[in-house]
Design a binder for this molecule. Structure first.
Ligand SMILES: Cc1ncc(COP(=O)(O)O)c(C=O)c1O
Length: 359
């Protein structure tokens, strides 16, 4: 007899694995919104030093990293949650807030992990379609709030569409949500967003104890392989709850040490953002020259519409044969689109040349 799994396992969506293309040896990895830059040598050294002590469990309170983030953003360490990637905090928030009968509201297409929260908990997910430009329709999301709503997620900039809303619109939205409903503002790409500074949204936390800003070391800091993210919370209660539902040692020692060191290199972060922005602008311009519709990106990736006459599967296959991996829109909620990470100049040029040839 087969093993009998829980209803949650039957509900949780399986992220489609990339098709098994025959890839050449040298592949441009433009599918996962990673940083093309490796971590700084000082960051690698800090992680290596931590490895020498892994016969001991890591600090379960993540004290040094939380203290450094507290200094950086001017909010008490008691209101800073750390996670095994920011996804860990997101899933913990689902565990802490949702249950059958509860509701969760978010835009769609958006980050592929959000549907897990309702599937795992048995809560109902209300997905509010993005507008034609790939932006959240905050007024329509507000209309979906009911007595059963426990959590609202806003992804800004939004993955996969790359667009962002001005902070003033988000502030107005958050202010309109009743205080007993948690709001997560997922800002995984905030450092790339030219509409605001990463510090700007932190001010909202003082007015809104029900708000949490979800951030990560995976993107601009180039540490996705180590898994470390954080949440800046409006209340200590949110941080306590997401810690309560997880195992004690959710962030490993090397990740804590690397993130702590990474925070000392703000100048390099600025340089990387500038390089990424310059590449993103070139990429967007070149794609528009190819006659494609490209969303206005505020992230480290671009979102383009292939148009009705082109098959997404054919373009994906053609790119893969030329050693370029991007993400198919179909897997992310919108057929006929592509999500392409901004890579190095050479990778971006290679992608443009390949796409030009295929179109
Ligand atoms: C919108 C968004 N939020 C959160 C994450 C999770 O990142 P991590 O778990 O690596 O911190 C991602 C990763 O791609 C993302 O796109």
């Amino acid at each position: 007899m087969a093993i009998e799994f829980s209803a949650a396992v039957r509900r949780i969506p399986v992220y489609p694995a990339a098709a098994g293309y025959a890839l050449p040896e040298d592949v441009a990895l433009l599918a996962s919104n990673e940083s093309p830059d490796p971590p700084l040598p000082q960051v690698v050294e800090a992680a290596a030093r931590a490895l020498a002590g892994v016969n001991r469990y890591p600090d379960p309170s993540n004290a040094r990293l939380r203290a450094a983030l507290s200094d950086r953003f001017g909010i008490p360490a008691a209101r800073i949650a750390i996670g095994n990637g920011s996804c860990d905090i997101l899933l913990a928030a689902g565990d802490a807030l949702l249950e059958p009968g509860a509701e969760l509201v978010y835009a769609w297409p958006s980050f592929s992990v959000y549907p897990h929260l309702s599937a795992a908990s048995g809560a109902r997910a209300i997905q509010v379609p993005l507008d034609g430009d790939g932006r959240h329709q905050l007024d329509k999301m507000r209309e979906e709030i009911t007595a059963a709503t426990r959590l609202v997620i806003v992804c800004n900039p939004n993955n996969p569409t790359s667009t962002a809303l001005p902070l003033a619109e988000i502030a107005e939205f958050v202010a309109s949500i009743p205080r007993h409903i948690a709001v997560i503002l997922d800002e995984a790409y905030v450092e790339f967003n030219m509409l605001q500074l990463p510090e700007d949204s932190v001010d909202l936390l003082e007015k809104h104890p029900n708000l949490a800003l979800l951030r990560t070391f995976s993107k601009i800091y180039g540490l996705c392989g180590l898994r470390v993210g954080y949440a800046l919370c409006g209340s200590e209660a949110f941080r306590t709850a997401v810690d309560q539902v997880r195992q004690p040692f959710f962030c490993n020692a090397a990740a804590q040490a690397a993130a702590l060191e990474a925070l000392n290199h703000g100048d390099e972060v600025t340089r990387r953002v500038e390089r990424n922005l310059a590449e993103r602008m070139t990429l967007e311009e070149s794609l528009r020259e190819l006659g494609l519709t490209v969303a206005e990106s505020q992230a480290n990736f671009v979102w383009l519409d292939l148009g009705e006459e082109r098959s997404e599967a054919d373009v994906m296959r053609g790119l893969a044969e030329r050693g370029i991996l991007v993400r198919a829109g179909g897997a992310l909620g919108r057929d006929g689109s592509l999500r392409v990470t901004v890579g190095t100049q050479a990778e971006n040029e290679r992608f443009l040349e390949a796409l030009g040839a295929l179109l």
